[in-house]
Design a protein around this ligand. Structure first.
Ligand code: TXA
Ligand code: MG
Length: 345
């Protein structure tokens, strides 16, 4: 299959481009679309053949359910039912935006989408292109991240093409994603609500709105039944071994220098480390200033992909401190390191 790459304005999507993408969706094809978090691989939620194609194109196990994307609240009634009280508070506060809610599923919803669970994950993305495409299709769109299963999520159209060229009909290129890590997932069918995946909407923000939330503890064993599908550690791991360090900046620098003496090392460093790395001749990708969680989140997956492709023996990266999206970055790094953190002091 030839994959068509179309450029689209991120702020004022061209109607003819959106119409071309909607025409693909209407005949059951797959279109990669930008969202504010990561690129998503979109299909018509009401077309079972298209939904099945998503799993095939990504090489994704059918035990891992999909997020349904809506552009307007009226589209919710066809996919979910019996909304818990937390729903309207969170929709009011965070939609459109990087928050996915688990709601009781509508019985008419294709059960492949929910992998047989009785909840459905729903989100209203805050990206003009995604919203325009959903509206033009006139149907909710299922959209997992547009990467091959177990690769890092794509934050640019080039990442999507790298993974899915020849497997999908179209990629809409609107440039790099603003947030760079996937949406926060919160299960509001339980009280208190449980955060299944951390993202740009932080536990602190959710607590402010709901009063109390729990954060699901990260799973260490890949073989055990996961508390939620897709929460397995292996999910984000690069092929190159990744060594995750925790500790003060000076101790991290010393530890990296030591690793570099033994192994061909690439360092996903912070801006503050660059002069030191250059002095020692250590290859780097800078994630941004250590205190700038938003910039680190935006850089993370592109840096992981580039570092993995560059052919080093080991990728080294230190945990960023801080709350908000920095917590989501720590979570993704923990998974990429398969749950092993090296404390240095
Ligand atoms: O930011 C995002 O959420 C992106 C963009 C494209 O919207 N989408 C995304 O989708 O990250 P995906 O499929 O890569 O990740 C969705 C996660 C999976 O780990 C899946 O297991 C979980 O959501 N999920 C979906 N439905 C669920 C359900 N009913 N119960 C528990 N987890 C669910
Ligand atoms: Mg994904």
């Amino acid at each position: 299959m030839k994959t068509h790459l179309l450029t689209v304005s991120a702020t004022h999507p061209e109607p003819d481009v959106i119409a071309a993408a909607a025409a693909c969706i209407a005949v059951g094809e797959l279109v990669a679309m930008p969202t504010e978090t990561v690129y998503g691989l979109a299909a018509d939620a009401h077309n079972p053949v298209a939904v099945a194609r998503i799993f095939a194109a990504k090489g994704r196990p059918t035990t891992d359910p999909l997020i349904v994307h809506i552009a307007d609240i009226d589209q919710l009634a066809a996919v979910a039912t019996d909304y818990p009280p937390a729903y309207s508070l969170l929709a009011e506060a965070f939609w459109p935006g990087p928050l996915t809610m688990l709601l009781p599923r509508h019985r008419s919803l294709n059960s492949t989408i929910t992998a047989g669970f009785d909840t459905v994950a729903v989100r209203m993305p805050a990206h003009p292109v995604a919203l325009a495409l959903i509206r033009a299709c006139g149907t909710p769109l299922v959209a997992p991240s547009a990467n091959l299963f177990s690769h890092p999520s794509p934050t640019t159209a080039a990442h999507v093409v790298h993974d899915l060229d020849g497997r999908i009909a179209m990629v809409l290129d609107a440039g790099a994603c603003r947030i760079g890590v996937e949406s926060t997932i919160v299960d509001i069918t339980q009280t208190p609500a449980v955060i299944l995946r951390q993202g740009d909407v932080s536990a602190e923000q959710l607590t402010t709105v709901l009063g109390e939330v729990m954060v699901l503890q990260r799973t260490l064993a890949t073989s055990q039944a996961a508390p939620a599908p897709g929460m397995l550690l292996k999910h984000y791991a690069p092929r190159t071994p990744l060594r995750l360090l925790r500790g003060p900046a000076a101790a991290v620098q010393q530890a990296v220098a030591q690793i570099h003496r033994q192994q061909h090392t690439i360092w996903l460093c912070y801006a503050e480390d660059e002069a030191y790395a250059q002095h020692l001749g250590i290859a780097t990708f800078s994630l941004g200033a250590v205190s700038d969680g938003a910039q680190i989140a935006r850089s993370l997956f592109a840096a992981l992909r580039a570092a993995d492709a560059a052919g080093y023996a080991v990728i080294v990266v230190a945990e960023p401190n801080g709350t908000g999206v920095a917590a989501a970055v720590r979570d993704r790094l923990f998974r990429a390191a398969e749950g092993v953190i090296h404390t240095v002091e």
